[in-house]
Design a protein around this ligand. Structure first.
Ligand code: SF4
Ligand code: SF4
Length: 494
């Protein structure tokens, strides 16, 4: 049995997973309309490659960008582009942004798939290009482009791939049911990722209560006859699924502050991402659907649904029997790291692992915040070993330099500090605001530096042009003087 380690802090939270974990995945109906926000991640805006009136097929690219963090977006069914218009997007801001709207035609016609015959014969660069072209991003919620993670650069030596099946947030069970339903796709996807990374060790980590998933994956590994891959059970402790915490638990390695997993020779991928990689490489299918947990006491039937990316949340809720009277808040993601949605006419995107229709008893409503009593409970709970109390004081005071000193950007916004805080201070809100301000300030500084460089360049060009003009004029005068002298000499000779 593989040895496991512990990380600092963390919490045992009520799981609430039985609501959806033991039901088979239900295929969601094809929606009448698909909605695709062009903003893939903050700061990454795709450009539409289709226009209103165009007909599209399932699997056709409808938006892309040459931004290095962008991956193409594919239509999830056939139909006609109705419009490109502003709609509320799934983002904590609750703001509107341009979206491609497709009216589906019910025929669900697709482009012919283009599978790779034998991935083991393909170089890593070809596999990365195909994975990018298939629009694959991390399906655990972060939506980071998979092809970029697979290219850590020549200065980093990667020896281990970890597949993250530790679904540590309460309520979310989409990875658990996927591991039970499609273990072969996950195992084959892991082997493709290992080939692309040229690593010798692959570990699939599942939480210790996921018995069925563990057995299904073990059988799939056995069938693959590949001894490089193992499945390991790890303790269910929130947030074990955080990359750095998972690496610590599985390998004992500490990812340095400000560093990434590749710095310690590890690449983490979500189990759903591995299945998507298998589908892209071996079946030639781009990413157009995913499994979403629809749960919470506020919805009648809690279940996992395989839904087309772009499906409005209201469609999924209707297929789950609709809301119960008790619904208090609609959340995308889990109760710890998810965010509240202002309405349900918002689509699911590649990052959507869960829709939580929370009843009043399931969410903390108006909390009465009291002053910090310096108890230190937050520091004991922090899985990153930060000092949340200090971060709170400095972010509250707007002292961004101090926040940086206390490693604000290592905070994974897990909310453990907030859960244990006896004064009920909304700590994560303060950290998010301080991070946004720091990023905005850095952007301003970058803009100012660019403006200064442009200004200096203009001054330099002006000075150069002036010098060139002066030189031309000097040469002209010199030539004229020479000409005049020659004429005078000729006249004298006559
Ligand atoms: S847990 Fe709350 S009250 Fe205690 S030190 Fe941290 S911020 Fe202050
Ligand atoms: S939200 Fe940040 S500061 Fe608070 S416990 Fe999590 S990582 Fe630590």
């Amino acid at each position: 049995m593989l040895k496991t380690w512990r990380f600092h802090g963390g919490l045992r939270l009520p799981a609430h997973k039985n609501l959806s974990a033991h039901r088979p995945i239900v295929n969601a109906e094809l929606p009448k309309q698909l909605i695709y926000p062009l903003q893939q991640r903050p700061g990454v805006q795709l450009k539409a490659t289709v226009a209103p009136g165009d007909t599209v097929l399932r699997g056709q690219i409808i938006a892309d960008s040459d931004h290095f963090l962008a991956t193409p977006l594919h239509a999830a069914s056939s139909g006609t582009v109705k419009s490109i218009e502003d709609r509320i997007i799934p983002h904590p801001s609750g703001l509107s942004d341009p979206c491609i709207i497709i009216d589906t035609d019910g025929r669900d016609e697709a482009l012919p798939p283009e599978p790779v015959e034998d991935y083991r014969l393909e170089p890593a660069a070809t596999l990365r290009a195909k994975i990018r072209q298939a629009g694959i991003v991390g399906l655990g919620g972060a939506a980071f482009p998979t092809s970029i993670k697979l290219n850590p650069g020549p200065q980093r030596h990667i020896d281990t791939l970890i597949l993250n099946g530790a679904e540590c947030e309460p309520y979310i069970t989409c990875d658990n049911v996927l591991m039970q339903a499609e273990p072969d796709a996950i195992v084959q996807g892991a082997l493709i990722l290992m080939h692309a990374l040229q690593v010798g060790d692959g570990i699939i980590a599942v939480e210790d209560h996921m018995t069925e998933a563990f057995q299904a994956l073990s059988a799939a590994i056995e069938q693959s006859r590949d001894r490089r891959l193992t499945v390991v059970k790890i303790p269910a402790l929130y947030p074990t699924g955080g990359e750095k915490q998972l690496i610590r638990v599985v390998t004992g390695k500490e990812t340095p502050s400000g560093g990434i997993p590749a710095d310690v020779g590890v690449i983490c991928q979500n189990v759903g991402t591995a299945a998507a990689v298998y589908n892209a490489i071996c079946r030639g299918l781009p990413l157009t659907e995913r499994v979403v947990t629809v749960t919470g006491q506020g919805v009648k039937q809690q279940q996992n649904m395989r839904a087309r990316i772009g499906t409005p949340i209201s469609d999924l809720i209707n297929q789950c029997g609709g809301y119960q009277d008790s619904v208090e808040r609609l959340i995308m993601g889990g109760p710890m790291m998810g965010f509240a949605l202002p309405e349900d006419d918002i689509p699911i995107v590649k990052a959507t692992n869960c829709i939580l229709a929370a009843a009043g008893s399931e969410v903390a409503t108006s909390k009465e915040t009291r002053p910090c009593i310096r108890c230190g409970d937050c520091a004991k709970a922090c899985p990153v070993d930060l000092l949340p109390q200090q971060l709170y004081w400095h972010s509250r005071a707007g002292n961004l330099e101090k926040c940086k000193e206390f490693s604000l950007f290592d905070c994974i916004e897990c909310g453990c500090c907030e859960v244990v805080c006896p004064s009920q201070i909304p700590l994560v809100q303060y950290y998010r605001a301080a991070k946004s301000k720091t990023i905005a300030k850095a952007k301003e500084a970058e803009k100012a530096a660019i403006a200064k460089r442009r200004h200096d360049f203009l001054l330099e060009r002006k000075a150069r042009e002036q010098a060139e003009r002066a030189e031309r004029s000097r040469r002209k005068k010199e030539a004229l003087a020479k000409l005049k002298a020659a004429e005078t000499a000729t006249e004298g000779a006559e």
